[in-house]
Design a protein around this ligand. Structure first.
Ligand code: DOR
Ligand code: ZN
Length: 436
């Protein structure tokens, strides 16, 4: 099976390429990247005319909740991977806070096999750090890694014990397995439902102080430094965290970090309407934090942008603010939010924005994804970065449409998403551009 993508603007952050050309795919892999009009379309089984749109590596989202097993009413591997495809995402790392949690071989194998049967993008299950996410006993990391696990996390719950976290880093470090610790000191955060600033006080919402997040990050940085082990800090949301991670990197600590699109586009002013769709953990911070986060993305302190796609049902969101489940369904808006907030404003080049959503997260997970290199799997997104659109939550492919971005006017439209050379998402406006 040969597929030709012609009239492409080829953008590959891994090689720094941004040029017009063609991509030739054979049996699921990229076999050639050439200048424009080199190939005879008749010689290919399928021809995709990109009409000048960007052809880039499919996005790699290293922080996604697929909810299966146990909460299939929110999302399934089938629906979540289709939502990913609609968002231009071709690889997701899914968090293990399912029910039961992904803390043993059988559960991880279940996710792998469901993903193979029912998923449309690549799924990399993240396993738990501790059994039952209870923070008491480490999982069988060697066995989990042998099954294909690339990272461990108790996401949603921190590993509270410094001693256990230190062991986790050392054990995972021996295996070169990535540890992602949910950074929260529960004694400071457990009652909080919003960023503990002026807005929360004004609205009568219990606040999460920055220290509630930053104490745990500083502890983890100390442990990573002392043990020489790798650590990844998820959903960074405060200025202090950015500063600590920047300083740790400068000292040579093996730390990587991610932030999420919602922290780059919302500030705690959004709390004013008590919209439970802005309830997320960690909470949306204030403008000074947002400025530091953007600075962190620009200077590389924050390596990756990941959605923390956290689908919840309407029933769990249609509650009073403090009782609503935290989380945002993010897979179908991430590219547009980044394009609108960072690229269209001139803060970050398109290539650099894509770097943080493709090759950087792939390198953090140590998976051979996020690049258009010859020989790589043909996981590709075709999108128009300039096209305007209005986000329609009710049209989400995701089973849940808990987004604060409904009706937002944004830039960027995903036209097609290919996984191993096969189209897994085609925008209605683009269908005519694919022949055979
Ligand atoms: O907002 C959040 N939702 N933060 C988390 O850490 C967990 C996630 C979820 O699973 O819903
Ligand atoms: Zn999460």
């Amino acid at each position: 099976m040969k597929t030709l993508i012609k009239n492409a603007r080829i953008m590959d952050p891994a090689s720094g390429v941004d040029k017009p050309g063609e991509v030739l795919i054979e049996d699921g892999r990229i076999v050639e990247i050439t200048a424009a009009n080199v190939h005879t379309p008749q010689k290919s089984d399928r021809v995709i005319d990109a009409q000048g749109a960007v052809v880039a590596p499919g996005l790699v989202d290293l922080h996604v909740h697929l909810r299966e097993p146990g909460e299939e009413y929110k999302e399934t591997i089938a629906s979540g991977t289709r939502a990913a495809a609609a968002g231009g995402v071709t690889s997701v790392a899914c968090m293990p806070n399912t029910n039961p949690p992904l803390d043993n071989l059988a559960m991880v194998e279940l996710v792998f096999s469901k993903a193979k049967q029912q998923g449309v993008v690549n799924v990399f299950p993240i396993a738990c750090i501790t059994k039952g996410r209870k923070g008491e006993e480490l999982t069988e990391m060697g066995e989990l890694q042998a099954a294909g696990v690339k990272a461990v996390s108790d996401d949603g719950e921190p590993v509270a014990s410094p001693a256990l976290m230190r062991s986790a880093l050392q054990y995972a470090g021996m295996l070169d397995l990535l540890v992602i610790n949910h950074a929260e000191e529960k004694s400071l955060t457990e009652n909080g439902v919003a960023h503990g600033g002026f807005m929360a006080a004004k609205l009568g919402l219990a606040g999460v102080p920055r220290s509630g997040l930053e104490i745990m990050i500083s502890r983890d940085l100390l442990l990573a430094e002392e043990t020489g082990c790798r650590i990844h800090i998820p959903h960074v949301s405060t200025a202090g965290a950015v500063r600590m991670i920047r300083e740790a990197k400068a000292r040579g600590v093996k730390v990587t970090a991610e932030t999420a699109p919602h922290y780059l586009v919302l500030t705690d002013e959004c709390l004013a309407g008590y919209d439970t769709n802005v309830r997320v953990n960690p909470p949306i911070p204030e403008a000074s934090d947002q400025a530091a986060l953007i600075e962190g993305v620009l200077d590389g302190t924050l390596d990756a942008i990941a959605t923390d796609h956290a689908p919840h049902s309407r029933r769990e969101k249609e509650k009073e603010f403090a009782l609503a489940a935290p989380g945002i369904s993010g897979l179908e808006t991430s590219l547009s939010l980044v394009l609108t907030a960072l690229v269209a404003t001139g803060k970050l080049s398109l290539l650099e924005a894509l770097r943080r959503m493709t090759v950087n997260p792939a390198n953090i997970l140590k998976i051979p994804k996020g690049t258009l290199a010859v020989g790589a799997d043909a996981d590709i997104v075709i999108f128009d970065p300039e096209a305007g659109r209005v986000i329609q939550a009710k049209e989400f492919v995701s089973q849940s449409n808990n987004t604060p971005f409904d009706q937002w006017k944004v830039k960027g439209r995903v036209l097609a998403t290919l996984v191993a050379g096969t189209p897994v998402y085609i925008d209605a406006t683009f269908a005519g551009n694919i022949k055979k």
